[in-house]
Design a protein around this ligand. Structure first.
Ligand code: URP
Ligand code: ZN
Ligand code: ZN
Ligand code: ZN
Length: 483
């Protein structure tokens, strides 16, 4: 059975042109005119684009004494409803737990996925077992390792551990990722705020100023350079961090920055002019910033210094957020966004002229497919690529509400916002999963996507070669028979 997407305009990261797309057995088998299919999807007035890839989700993740509320069922339904056809989730070993053990947990959970998925592996502690198992993890097709420079006393790793793990990534041809916030300073500021009686959710923002992110981003970039490895910086939220990334890229280093749709469209006012629940529902790390930082992130997307827009979808219910009443450090950190990333970015980015349609495809799909080494199987509209596609209706509008969302939580941080630009159809490997908001996705349809390592990447300006080059040894002056 073949499917023809007819009368649409194909939009990719570099081209816009009118053509039909023919699909069979989950793949694109033809692009052109005069093609015939058993089923026809009418794309009149629509753009046919690669489905979104969200490289940053936390589904059913044990975190801060609870589990994030969306699992691989509700989370991937939310993804498809919003035009995202692949998610990359973080397998998270608790400190002391083996990486392969954690991977088994994520394998078990992900059997419910409605769309394709992959994993990153988190390095939350360091030891011989982690060193050894990193190789086995890459052999499973997972070539990205995430490090938390924040969450002191829980997931945070120190600089010696970062350097050791980054070196291991270099050997394996894998890419290290960082959550870049200075966890020591955050812990100190949090303790001081609490001692002064600042217990509410707004203190979460006070405890994580842009400087803690800028410092950690700079540090991670320098450690990666000394280790001779590229670096992916997750949830870049401010100019301080963006500036470090921009400077590294200008110097020829492979460093990628990932702003989130939440930081691009919501600001710190959400914490200050609001009741406790409203503010706590928006507690995430890094926190929302002021307009100056938002402008910096938008400039990064249009100029190319920032590469990927993600969600860091880590959703908690209001009841879970209330664990932190009386102590903001106990509010589970995280927000949702999987269903809203594409419509919000289209509305706030393409409709306003801040980014082009082609840039939209680049930052929601193609760039990350290339970074993760799954292009052109994903992130492309090409013959032979997986038919993970979104037929995008730029005239369709809706008001975002929690009542109509796929996510399992009881609110939406974008509640009440009007978006213009929505999926008419979302296809997951050729299967029509969504038609104008009506779900026909199938639990278990999603398959794991293995990502082969790229092999050692030579850093243009890597300090590693210099650090390890043979050095002259100064022997004169050493007494012949000791002191
Ligand atoms: O607040 C956040 N971002 N929660 C999810 C875990 C993480 O730091 O990415
Ligand atoms: Zn993080
Ligand atoms: Zn995250
Ligand atoms: Zn199917």
């Amino acid at each position: 059975m073949s499917t023809l997407i007819a009368n649409g305009t194909i939009v990719t990261a570099d081209l816009t042109y009118k053509a039909d797309v023919l699909i069979e057995d989950g793949q694109i088998i033809g692009i052109g005119h005069g093609l015939k299919g058993d089923t026809v999807l009418d794309a009149t007035g629509c753009y046919v684009m690669p489905g979104g890839i969200d490289p940053h989700t936390h589904l059913e993740m044990p975190f801060m004494g609870t589990y994030s509320a969306d699992d691989f069922d509700s989370g991937t339904r939310a993804a498809l409803a919003g035009g995202t056809t692949m998610v990359v989730d973080f397998a998270l070993p608790s400190p002391g737990q083996g990486l392969l053990d954690a991977l088994q947990m994520w394998d078990n959970k992900s059997t419910r996925a409605h769309c394709d998925y992959s994993f990153h592996m988190a390095v939350t502690w360091w030891g011989e077992q982690v060193f050894d198992e990193m190789k086995a993890v890459t052999e499973r097709g997972i070539n990205t390792f995430k490090h938390f420079m924040a969450y002191k006393g829980a997931l945070m790793v120190n600089d010696d551990e970062l350097f050791a793990s980054f070196r291991r990534c270099a050997d394996l041809g894998a890419i290290p990722m960082v959550h870049a916030e200075n966890g020591d300073v955050v812990a100190e500021l949090s303790a001081r705020l609490l001692a002064e009686g600042n217990t509410g959710p707004e203190a979460h923002a006070y405890s994580r100023p842009p400087q803690v992110e800028g410092e950690a981003t700079n540090r991670a970039i320098m450690i990666a350079d000394m280790a001779g490895v590229p670096l992916y910086v997750v949830h870049t939220s401010c100019e301080d961090s963006h500036e470090a990334i921009r400077r590294a890229r200008m110097a020829g280093k492979r460093v990628w920055g990932e702003p989130l749709i939440q930081h691009l469209t919501l600001d710190e006012g959400e914490y200050f002019n609001a009741d406790w629940d409203h503010a706590a529902r928006r507690v995430m790390s890094p926190p929302f910033r002021d307009k100056r930082h938002q402008d910096s992130l938008w400039a990064g997307l249009s100029s190319g210094s920032l590469s990927v827009v993600a969600t860091d979808h880590c959703a908690f219910t209001t009841a879970q957020k209330r664990f932190g009443v009386g102590n903001f450090t106990q509010i589970p950190n995280g927000t949702g966004g999987l269903e809203d990333r594409l419509p919000m970015l289209w509305t706030a980015g393409v409709n306003t002229g801040r980014i082009t349609m082609n840039e939209f495809v680049a930052v929601t799909s193609t760039n990350i497919a290339k970074i993760l080494n799954i292009y052109p199987r994903k992130g492309a509209v090409l013959v032979g690529a997986d038919a993970d596609l979104v037929v995008w209706d730029p005239a369709a509008e809706k008001v975002i509400t929690a009542a109509s969302q796929q996510s399992a939580i009881d609110y939406n941080v974008f509640e009440g916002k009007t978006v213009k630009g929505l999926p008419r159809f979302t296809l997951s490997r050729g299967h029509v999963a969504v038609t104008e908001g009506r779900m026909s996705s199938a639990e278990g349809h999603g398959k794991f996507v293995a990502r082969p390592p790229k092999g050692p990447v030579s850093q243009a300006l890597s300090a590693w070669k210099e650090l390890t080059a043979p050095r002259p040894v100064q022997r004169s002056g050493i007494p012949a028979s000791g002191v």
